[in-house]
Design a protein around this ligand. Sequence first.
Ligand code: ADP
Ligand code: MG
Length: 262
Amino acid sequence: MASDASTPAPPTSNISVRRGEPLVVVENVNKHYGDLHVLKDINTTVNRGEVVVVIGPSGSGKSTLCRAINRLETIDSGRISIDGKALPEEGKALAELRSDVGMVFQSFNLFAHKTVLENVTLGPIKVRGMKKAEAEAKAMALLDRVGVANQANKMPSQLSGGQQQRVAIARSLAMNPKVILMDEPTSALDPEMINEVLDVMVGLAQDGMTMIVVTHEMGFARKAADRVLFMADGAIVEEAEPEQFFTSPQSDRAKDFLSKIL
Ligand code: ADP
Ligand code: MG
């Protein structure tokens, strides 16, 4: 771990708040699926402590960009680095880097045959070599933070979608990620469960977590995002502060998109 004399004490042990310096740097990234150019010369920098909302029509490359950032997808050209380290191709370096990048998916992806508690302790024990008792204590604190500590010994299938997604967030926090990527984290939820997950996300943002969130939840963007990144056809078409983006989008693509979702 690089030490940094200017690092202020984080508000919780989980979150790094050396705000301002580049954490995720995406430079000239291109990707194709066969003939389809899905990421077109993507350039963006997410600074530490920054919350970026990625928005755009279906098929515009939002998920592919997220997956490229933690190397679930390869890229054809360009560079992506996390905290100054280029994304490695494979092996131990990749595993380490991936554990710095939390990922929360639309479909929760909890381990179905493990309890809620085990879902949260597994990574810290297996990947970080944490002692079971310590991992459990930490997991319980995180489950409490997302409001599901009383579900710790249940199986995921016994929980509501909103509860499962909050467990998934706790699981990703348990690895002390430097950044959390969330790909449409509330899209699979029944409407009455969306807010309980958004509230947790807003809390993380307020605590200084660096987040990249694909979502069309404007309330979250307005409350928590520093920047909205609008993608269409594989390119970043517009980048602006939420209020500015939602009230006066510049491009026809963004105007058209917003007219459909607002
Ligand atoms: P979004 O998340 O914005 O809806 P995606 O990143 O999922 O968009 O997809 C971007 C484009 O790439 C879409 O046209 C999609 O059909 C295509 N695509 C995504 N994944 C694959 C894949 N594994 N193979 C081929 N095409 C893909
Ligand atoms: Mg997607």
